[in-house]
Design a binder for this molecule. Sequence first.
Ligand SMILES: [Zn+2]
Length: 689
Amino acid sequence: MKIKVFASGLLLSLLMLVNCDRGQSKMICQINSIEDLKKIFPKSVKEIEQNVEKIKNITTESVNEILSIPNDKRNFKNTAKAIDKIGEKTAALAHSIVALEKVSPEKDIRDAAHKASIEMSEFHIKEVSTNKKLYEALKYYYDHQFKEENLDPEEQYFVTESIQDLERMGLNLPEEKLAEVRKTLQEISTLEQEFQQNINSDKSQIEVTKDELKGLPEQVLNSLEKTADGKYILKADYPTVNGVLDHVEVEKTREKVSRMFNNRAYPKNMEILKEILIKKNHLANLLGYKDFAHLDMENEMAKSPENVTKFINNIVDKATKKAKNELKLFSENNRKFFDKNGKIQPWNISFVKNEYKKNHLKLDEKELTKYFPLENTIKELLDIYQQFFNVKFKEIQTGGFWHQDVKVVEVFKDGHLISYLILDLHPRDSKYSHACDQPIISAVKKDNKICPSVSLVIANFPKSTPNSPSLLTYKDVVTFFHEFGHAMHDTLGRTELTSFAGTNVKSDFVELPSQMLENWMEDKEILKKVSKHYQTGEPLPDDLIEKIADLKKFDSGDFTLRQLQFALLALGLFDPNPEKDIQEFWKSISHKLRDYVVWDPESHFVASFGHLASSLYGPKYYGYMWSNVFAHDLFDTIKKGGLLNGNMGQKYIDNVIGKGGSQDPNDLIEAFLGRKPSEDAFMKDMGFE
Ligand SMILES: [Zn+2]
């Protein structure tokens, strides 16, 4: 996962250095030593509050300075670049606070950081990204001096993208209409919070006997609460729901759990969603778009709902063939779950897949972990990055951060220190429980000087003790490689403008580089390099490597169709007809893509599909599949040149990640491949014909 701190969009992103140069040729980097690095993270609630004030002051001062320039004196530097610089000057202050909310062991710091994050975000939106006067200043420059100035492509792209971003917020509209846009945005935001809140606070639960849980793994069973009369309580959390659907042998229990899970926040959220759809459609119309999907996707790599629909249909055809074959194999293994037309109940699918795995693809996950002892695995994973990206890592022995587990790695390229990576890899109470990368200071080109960027990588791997080494699951290994890939994108994407640095890219492109890197972990030679049995020192044997590959493919058809179902649902809900019957619409898509699954009229999945009520996703669920498909294309090309080939890595940096968001990602990919991207490699890898 890639954490975007504030809303996306050029002027909304608050990334970058603080207190760097003020335009003089001799500039000093904000971080010149490990001691500087420690200082950017506040140590107290008071310091957090002071930093928020600093951010506000810097922002207000910068905005006033831009507005005070007479229109006829405007140029790129004092207007466009000055807007970009607001992010640069405040980013470290802001991002260090956002990071502490996830990792600080102290509750009062986490709470203060949470409060500060909301405050900073609201302030930035009000004073910068929806500031009509600031838009008018930039627009004046755009209509006049911009055409005369000799700008490089990155600068030109920044100005035009910024104008478009601001106009998509309605800043070009007359005051009355703009007020309507703002009011609608506020109403949508409130409804979206309510939608998420209803999912999070859902208290659905059912009670079952131990017999009704036959087959549930001990670990999940032992974690369940019990009633006074000894029954087990099943709640709608993922470990419980997945445990039951995968393993419990009693069909009635699976049915009940499936319905409980798929009725979270029902019926409340159906009404709220309808209101959101109507308001978003209204918003799009106010801004001159035919529907919200077109408004929201115009600035993405995919560019339009039509392009995405075409993309999806192309994959659906091939995935369907594979899915039908899969279903045939599953039914041969478990005939009783399929009716005479070959259809299966939704609560039986995971179970049937799991039974098939047990009989045909038995992979002892525990055995696999023995090949991935933490220290050696991380060392080898980092070595892949060193070779492919031509960088050198050096771990610094240091304390002084929020917890003693925190490690710092210096990154060198061509002899220059280009980045500090902060690694916080072990679990502890109240720490953010997923893996993620968060940029703190972005990589920006500064004349001839390289100022180090800073990124934080968070993970939750068990710690080694003297008696038992920490052993990673295969999934952990892939996750670490993925998240660290984001950090490398932060590090190597060095641009002139803060708004484009590193992972400041289109939202349907941001996962692509890391999804691509995940493919390294399926390559035989790479897996041999990364693995080392903690007792025998042996690398992974061939048969285990083959099983990993087989497991990935065994249900790729059905898995892909399920993802595309969600993508089509999200896309279609934001079309020009927001008042459609949502449940009926979902039914029609379900039937179209996975007609082998029996429709359950008593389930209302859409009510808890949180992505729909999120400003980052909404109609854009397709992004996962979109970036994954093109990631396969890039990987296929790179693999031909060698997965540890530094020249290949450099070509990839020069053409793709090194450009950050300073060019349209379609152009970056095409420049690297020397042709338009294609779905072929993905299809082949998934076993689609
Ligand atoms: Zn990610």
